[in-house]
Design a binder for this molecule. Sequence first.
Ligand code: SF4
Length: 327
Amino acid sequence: MSALELHDVEVTYERRGRESVRAVAGASLIVERGQIVGLVGESGCGKSSLARAAVGLVKASAGEIHFEGREVAPLTRRARPRELTRLQMVFQNPYSSLNPRRKIGSQIADGGGGGRKRVAELLELVGLPPNAATRFPHQFSGGQRQRIAIARALAADPSVIVLDEPLASLDASAQAQIANLLVNLSRELGLSLLLISHDLAIVRHVADVVSVMYLGVMVETAPTRSLWEVPLHPYTEALIGAVPLADGSGFLPEALPGEVPDPAHPPSGCRFHPRCPYAFERCPRDEPPLLPVTEIRRAACWLQEPGGPPARPAERAAQLGVAARVE
Ligand code: SF4
């Protein structure tokens, strides 16, 4: 049994007086026990909606979400079943998720009970001194506040933590420190992490497996190293190629070249086809499913075939006689 499984999840937002938007249009993702999965994509691709659906903060309009084999129902005013409290979430801005008027010791204790000793243990786990418990959120730096938010999530003794852009509001050195902390916590406690980030360098450094999302659907999933060595989907290739530094570090661009489609009116067939340099006649017609190209890699692109051989899009396009579009 996997730690967290999402199958064909859809998230639709109703908009008063306007047509609804399907932010997630049938995305699947698996987080195995002790694994760190990175979820990347441009802003607005649906990754935060998927993360929120994964923990029950928004209702999935279709599909299934299971945490350790148990269905994750949307949160209500009622207390969550105890088993589901072991599925936790950490948000981008720790300051907004902490109460400014309460000492952090009591806020951490709220996460899962336990006395002063337990709070001190949790603070130590995230690299903060025990006396931090007696201070208020404004007395800490951004990086320290994110450590506090992680300690509060750990108080519930979680097996999975979903982190939505946990490093985005931090400076570079705090980002690196928190990224290392997450890896260490995962390895030491056997924690599974689903890390949503637009920072390719962090994801490459931290994640065991990466899922790439485009306009509400998953387009590629692979072990981190093989994804970077040989991206199979043209969108993944474009994301990696758009990063300016040779070592692959850097941020996803706000948008790749080409018009970003309106999620309320996604393109027909392959959603990436208006921006894809290899699009051929089948692409605007049929939507490619996310299929296994190898045992450990999946891609949703008509250039790739189940069973492989896996190859870069340009190579596959040349093999299939598809001319790259020059614009
Ligand atoms: Fe490009 Fe076609 Fe593959 Fe879509 S299916 S990514 S348009 S080659």
